[in-house]
Design a protein around this ligand. Structure first.
Ligand code: FAD
Ligand code: MG
Ligand code: MG
Ligand code: MG
Ligand code: MG
Length: 551
């Protein structure tokens, strides 16, 4: 049904807050790209897409982009919420050409008919809502993920999350409320302690950064205004694994643990939260099997992400009902349907295993059809194989193999000039163990957005050859290359103006200088000069005047 650009209809009905509006737009010849979401993935896609060749329509329930890495700073007022958001309309205004934005939530994707159903007015309970649907030629799903409670009872009702700007603002108010509640006259010491017990569930980067922010806020600012209760404050991080920051280098994870110990932040590792009630958090200590009940003033739940219900629905329609997360191929095309792309936290790239394709690879590499593969033949295609199967490169690096022929050794370690299919299978049999899925980070989402925009910009020349390098070298290189992630490192701010960073090339840095690196990187990563000015201004204000503690 890819007729190109036709807003089918907007269906509404006055009585139930709906009204019937027919909207027939002049049919444009440009193909229509519908983008769902204006987070990291969606925004970076829009920034790089050549909008002169597409009719671009964007749907998102929030009309702004939020710089999520600074959300933990918003929880304590180090940075103001307004400083980390950029209106979508500002971003698209800067592009020459037209992008249309609809503030609405996508409720359903219909891959058969190439339409998406949306609802506007969801942010305003009083005004009622409008339903409409859009037709697409290409759909880009970049709706991110939602919090994951792992069905733990009481979490939805009693815990805070740290995912959206509103969450950060709510946390900021609650922290102050806890302090105000704890100084009310007539409370026992026990009650004051409970009110001031801040619990963070999840020792990943977000949880750890929030704990560090909160610690600074409490000891740099709040204890000065609430001196009578300063000894009753306690911050606890609950982690189910053995270490916090376990996706980072060990050096960083132990640096963080030591710093938290000095700061008096309690880290309870090996504990799993089983339920949360209005005053207690219940957990099971893995080593002893015992259940403990901990009273709290505030809990922030920060463990993992889950799939949005309408994406689950979509997965069922395209035969992915057995999966946990929407799967795409390495070109970011959603598996099981056509013209739908997905990127960022809502999807994961299902990397192809070498072993699945081993016979085809062998055939393609064996140019002279001799039934055996010589070292030369293999060397010729290795570069292409690495593009298609990046795990081969990782394997060679991790095993310190420098050359193609090093893969061709037999079990005694002797060099071999040629292998047959079986020998080839044996040589590559451990390669797939190097595959790991990409992390749910802004870095991945942004790179995928840029990648996809570039693909669509070159659509015509590449359409004829979508499978790209699978044809190997002889076919030339004007095809689409699969998405390749470049890890530029990651930061973990740890409070007290110290941070840890893991940079490419196994480089780890920790301490005050790293915090300055963090400041400069995060200032430079801002989407606009306006937010850059605001964020840096907030940092300076905090240095001079401290943080604001009004509710
Ligand atoms: P998002 O950025 O979440 O965007 C999703 C978009 O879809 C939003 O605009 C949303 O409004 C919209 N949407 C939702 N539902 C619908 C719907 N039904 N229809 C249409 N649109 C919809 N990553 C890093 O790399 N470094 C960091 O330091 C870092 N710090 C973080 C700190 C915090 C507190 C958090 C929460 C995350 C952090 N991340 C960090 C992770 C990073 O934010 C995510 O990986 C990234 O946002 C993923 O981008 P995305 O485009 O997939 O989703
Ligand atoms: Mg997005
Ligand atoms: Mg975002
Ligand atoms: Mg992903
Ligand atoms: Mg041969």
């Amino acid at each position: 049904v890819s007729t190109g650009g036709l807003l089918v209809y907007a269906e509404s009905n006055v009585e139930s807050g709906k009204q019937v509006v027919e909207q027939n737009q002049p049919e444009s010849k440009k193909k229509r790209v519908v983008v769902l979401g204006t987070g990291w993935g969606g925004t970076s896609f829009l920034k790089d897409l050549d909008i002169s060749s597409y009719d671009v329509q964007v749907v998102s329930p929030r009309n702004y982009f939020a710089f999520t890495p600074l959300l933990p700073s918003v929880t304590c007022g180090t940075v103001e919420a307004r400083s980390i958001v950029e209106p979508v309309r500002n971003i698209i205004k800067k592009r020459s050409g037209e992008i249309q934005f609809w503030e609405a939530e996508c409720l359903k994707i219909d891959p058969e008919n190439h339409t998406v159903s949306c609802r506007s007015g969801i942010n305003d309970n009083l005004a009622g809502h409008n339903d409409f649907s859009l037709q697409y030629d290409y759909l880009v799903v970049a709706v991110g993920a939602q919090v994951n409670t792992f069905n733990t009872p009481g979490v939805m009702e009693h815990c805070h999350f740290l995912k959206e700007v509103e969450d950060a603002q709510r946390i900021r108010r609650t922290v102050i409320d806890c302090f105000e509640k704890s100084v009310i006259p007539g409370l026992s010491e026990e009650e004051r302690r409970t009110n001031l017990h801040f619990v963070i569930v999840g020792g990943g980067p977000t949880g750890v950064e929030f704990a560090a922010e909160l610690h600074d806020y409490v000891y740099e600012d709040l204890v000065k205004i609430y001196p009578s209760v300063k000894d009753f404050v306690k911050i606890t991080v609950i982690q189910s694994g053995d270490h916090i920051l376990n996706t980072f280098d060990e050096r960083i994870s132990s640096f963080a643990e030591q710093k938290f110990q000095r700061d008096g932040i309690e880290v309870s590792t090996g504990c799993r939260v089983t339920s949360v009630s209005d005053h207690f958090i219940n957990m099971k200590v893995k080593s002893t099997g015992k259940h403990v009940e901990v009273p709290y003033g505030m809990v922030v739940w920060s463990t993992g992400v889950g799939t949005r219900p309408f994406v689950k629905d979509f997965m069922e329609q395209v035969g992915q009902e057995k999966r946990r997360i929407l799967a795409t191929d390495e070109w970011l095309r959603v598996k099981g349907c056509s013209n739908v792309y997905a990127l960022g936290d809502c999807a994961s790239v299902d990397q192809r295993k070498v072993m699945e394709d081993i016979s085809a690879i062998f055939k393609a590499a064996d140019k002279d059809d001799s039934g055996t593969l010589s070292v030369e033949e293999f060397r010729d295609v290795l570069e292409d194989i690495i593009i298609r199967y990046p795990q081969v490169d990782l394997y060679l690096k991790n095993k310190h193999l420098l050359e193609a022929k090093d893969l061709f050794r037999d079990s005694e370690g002797n060099e071999r000039e040629e292998v047959d299919v079986e020998g080839f299978k044996l040589a590559l049999s451990h390669v797939d163990s190097q595959m790991k899925s990409l992390p749910a980070t802004a870095q991945v989402a942004a790179q995928q957005g840029t990648y996809l925009a570039r693909c669509l910009n070159r659509w015509d020349q590449c359409k004829s050859n979508p499978e790209g390098p699978r044809r190997f070298k002889s076919s030339g290189r004007h095809e689409f290359l699969p998405f390749e992630y470049r890890h530029l490192g990651q930061f973990a701010p740890l409070g007290g103006d110290q941070a840890a960073a893991e940079l490419p090339g196994d480089w780890v840095s920790m301490g005050h200088s790293t915090q300055w690196l963090w400041y400069s990187v995060y200032a430079s990563k801002q989407v606009s000069w306006r937010t850059r000015y605001l964020v840096v201004g907030d940092w300076v204000r905090r240095y001079i005047f401290g943080r604001d503690s009004s509710r």
